[in-house]
Write a protein that binds this ligand. Structure first.
Ligand code: SF4
Ligand code: SF4
Length: 481
């Protein structure tokens, strides 16, 4: 006997109306009263058409829900009471994926000693002090990286300079930009640049260059003085706020060709998201601010506990609702985490892999080894080629086979998987010693945050739908962290 069953979905309410996020298609629909009631009934278990007969306009409602694939017919005598979630098709790209972003670790040296740093702290995976990696990338390796990128990229390529502290190798950065512009023009490709820096080495001529060359700048900073100076310290232990604050203000004042963003690392001792946001935007002038929980083993003092993730979610929620009110009033708000998630929701993103690492994004170590991303650059275990020799397609294929969402058992029954897809490989490596492990320590946080963003999305679709249309042709690259 045929019955109707709900497909995997997440119901939420926004602007006083019911909505549904359909997991298999990553689509969002507002429900009318009848569709909401029927879908809720089917969420408790499949029902036949006759059992649903008491619903008004039942056939129309069934047809509508079936059309958007919120429900599906099943054979009832199988004894099945719910539709098992369909696994994502296990599609491994056969043709090489064009590279879009290459992160050049131009140095693995840093003039700060941030206590929580994944590169230098207790959780580091690359020996940047005593290993075989040169401390600075040479101009020759940087040029080979550019050639590699332009060979592998489609019509547009993005280069991000990273460290260590990126500006410690500023001369190579300057010559690489010059070379990349020339080579890209010869190849009729567009090339674009950005960098991440701790701001300690900014000075007028560097700021001038970055502005003139339209280099996107992300500053790693944790907030007001007492917050910044807790972890972001020089080798001597002295905090860096007093050094970086005037330099950042100068950068923001003079670099007007691209918006300047801040990237904040949250730790157990540094969680006041709203206050940090206000300081960085209102008092320092950043255009946008992105927050990321620290990547660290659970045993470290600065690791965020379950309670901490709850607190962080509450703070993110408050700031996201400030964002909503600004968006409704057509005002800018710089909380980039919510904007990025809204964009993914609007585009119906459904990921087989959590990020572009090993696909459209690769990291290059100072010696020219190519790794999954900048955080693995220099690690032999995560190497997928060299800029001179090209991508090791077997290693890349093995990586993609192993890391597909279909292999992450816990994720295959999680409604948040279209956006999360198991989470960052580097985080998984540090937490579980395995890049292929789902980041199960933050599932509640991810689901809570995705739910907040869905509600914001629903509210915007009712109160200011024009805000969402900006995502239809947006093609910005997120800063790396
Ligand atoms: S890591 Fe957790 S939140 Fe993310 S998809 Fe997997 S189960 Fe869901
Ligand atoms: S999400 Fe993690 S693995 Fe992916 S690019 Fe970022 S740091 Fe690398």
């Amino acid at each position: 006997m045929t019955a109707w069953a709900a497909r995997e979905h997440h119901r939420f309410e926004a602007a006083g109306r019911p909505f549904v996020y359909l997991v298999p298609s990553a689509a969002i629909f507002e429900l009318d009263e009848a569709a909401d009631a029927l879908l809720r009934t089917l969420t408790d278990g499949p029902q036949t058409r006759d059992q649903l007969g008491h619903f008004e306009h039942v056939d129309d409602t069934i047809a509508e829900l079936a059309r958007v694939q919120a429900i599906q017919p099943i054979e009832r005598d199988t004894g099945c009471t719910a539709v098992s979630p369909p696994l994502s098709p296990r599609v491994i790209p056969l043709a090489p994926v064009p590279l879009t972003t290459m992160v050049l670790n131009v140095t693995n040296q840093c003039n700060l000693s941030c206590t929580y740093c994944y590169e230098y702290g207790e959780d580091k995976i690359v020996d940047t002090e005593n290993g075989r990696q040169p401390k600075f990338m040479t101009e020759e390796t940087a040029r080979a990286s550019v050639d590699f990128l332009l060979r592998e990229a489609g019509s547009a390529a993005h280069i991000t300079f990273f460290g260590g502290e990126t500006l410690m190798n500023f001369p190579v950065l300057v010559r690489t930009i010059e070379y990349a512009r020339r080579r890209a023009a010869e190849a009729s490709k567009a090339v674009d640049f950005s960098l991440t820096t701790n701001a300690t080495l900014l000075k007028p001529e560097i700021i001038e260059f970055l502005a003139e060359q339209r280099v996107g700048v992300t500053i790693s900073i944790d907030g007001p003085k007492e917050v910044q100076d807790k972890f972001r310290v020089f080798n001597s232990g002295v905090g860096s706020y007093d050094i970086v604050a005037p330099k950042i203000r100068e950068l923001i004042r003079r670099h007007r060709t691209r918006p300047i963003g801040a990237r904040v690392t949250l730790t157990s001792a540094n969680m006041d998201v709203k206050r940090i946001y206000r300081h960085l935007t209102e008092e320092m002038g950043f255009w946008e601010v992105g927050f990321a929980p620290v990547t660290t083993a659970a045993v470290r003092g600065h690791a965020i506990s379950d309670d901490g993730y709850d607190r962080m979610l509450g703070q993110f929620r408050d700031l996201a609702y400030d964002f909503l009110e600004a968006a409704v009033a057509h005002r800018h708000h710089g909380f980039s985490n919510v904007k990025e998630t809204l964009e993914e929701l609007h585009k119906g993103v459904s990921k087989a892999y959590p990020c572009g690492a090993g696909l459209g994004l690769l990291g290059v170590a100072t010696d020219g080894d190519v790794a999954l991303c900048h955080r693995f650059a220099g690690s032999d275990a995560h190497k997928v080629g060299t800029v001179a020799g090209g991508i090791d397609r077997d290693a890349q294929r093995a990586f993609l086979e192993k890391h597909h969402i279909a292999n992450k058992t816990d994720c295959t029954v999680c409604w948040a998987r279209p956006l999360c897809s198991g989470g960052c490989y580097h985080e998984a490596h540090v937490r579980y010693g395995d890049t292929g492990h789902a980041n199960l320590h933050y599932c509640e946080w991810i689901r809570g945050w995705t739910d907040v963003c869905l509600r914001i999305y629903g509210e915007l679709s009712v109160r200011n739908p024009s805000f969402l249309t900006q995502f239809e042709d947006a093609n910005e690259t997120s800063p790396v962290s």
